[in-house]
Design a protein around this ligand. Structure first.
Ligand SMILES: Nc1ncnc2c1ncn2[C@@H]1O[C@H](COP(=O)(O)OP(=O)(O)OP(=O)(O)O)[C@@H](O)[C@H]1O
Ligand SMILES: [Mg+2]
Length: 260
């Protein structure tokens, strides 16, 4: 494998007495695109949220760019320091189902905000970079539009540009197209596919299995808080070995191979 960017070892997460992630081991290489699938409630969002420490793991270890995050104390409990978590979060981009753009800022101001406030970039430099990113997601002509004047697909592409402006090492997508009207899904998926082809390291939660087949280097099927099956898209999506995976896929009748 190429250089390891992210490593999860025995990752567990509980909410109260409910253990949602029950021991996830995963190594993600630079440039890899991983798609996570699984039934509602299987822990997909929780997994992504642990990766960028929006949720703190209950147990296990996360290594990011070769460094274990947090300090392991006696007894193995890991203590997390907020300043370290902020540094890690700043290097991981996340795009959610809801775009959460700042409504009082134009598209370009939304994209500039992180670099200016978090990375202390001079505004002219941040503006130039933001314009290049809006161009990359096909929205250079919407730079001065407010979110309320953009379609859902356009807003989501601004949200992607905003995440990219922080120059992340990894991008996480949690059902980035689930809130969109069907005719707007394609433009966002194409943007994600282009990013993947450029070599961005990505973890994607999606129910768009045709897209998953196309974009993924590896597909993980999450079931009851564990990676129940993983492999190439061809293996997992077309020739699953596990009965649970087959059952899940059978429930997604709309799955079409690209080009079919
Ligand atoms: N902050 C929280 N507090 C308590 N329970 C939570 C919390 N976040 C998630 N859960 C529970 O953890 C389980 C897994 O949730 P998660 O959102 O990770 O599932 P998911 O696979 O993303 O599902 P979906 O496909 O519906 O988005 C669910 O039972 C959920 O209710
Ligand atoms: Mg979810």
């Amino acid at each position: 494998m190429t250089e390891e960017i992210l490593r999860l070892e025995g990752l567990r997460k509980s909410f109260g007495s409910a253990e949602i992630l029950r021991g996830i081991d995963l190594s993600v290489g630079r440039g890899e695109t991983i798609v996570v699938i699984g039934a509602s409630g299987s822990g997909k969002s929780t997994l992504l949220r642990c990766v960028n420490f929006l949720e703190l793991p209950s147990a296990g270890r996360i290594q990011f760019e070769g460094r274990p995050i947090g300090q392991e104390g006696p007894g193995g409990a890991v203590r997390y320091v907020e300043s370290e978590l902020c540094r890690v979060r700043a290097r991981i981009g996340m795009v959610f189902q809801q775009f959460n753009l700042f409504p009082h800022m134009t598209a370009i101001e939304n994209v500039m905000e992180g670099p200016v406030t978090v990375l202390d970039r001079p505004r002219p430099q941040a503006r130039t970079q933001a314009l290049a990113l809006l161009d990359k997601v096909g929205l250079a002509d919407k730079a001065d539009s407010y979110p309320s004047r953009l379609s859902g697909g356009q807003q989501q592409r601004v949200a992607i540009a905003r995440a990219l402006a922080m120059e992340p090492v990894v991008m996480l997508f949690d059902e980035a197209t689930s809130a969109l009207d069907p005719e707007l899904v394609g433009e966002v998926l194409r943007t994600m596919l282009a990013l993947s082809e450029e070599g961005m390291t990505m973890m994607i939660v999606t129910h768009e299995l045709g897209f998953a087949y196309h974009v993924a280097d590896r597909v993980l099927f999450l079931h009851e808080g564990l990676i129940h099956e993983q492999g190439t898209p061809r293996d997992v999506l077309l020739n699953p070995r596990q009965a649970r995976t087959r059952e899940f896929l059978d429930g997604h009748g709309q799955f079409r191979l690209p080009g079919s």
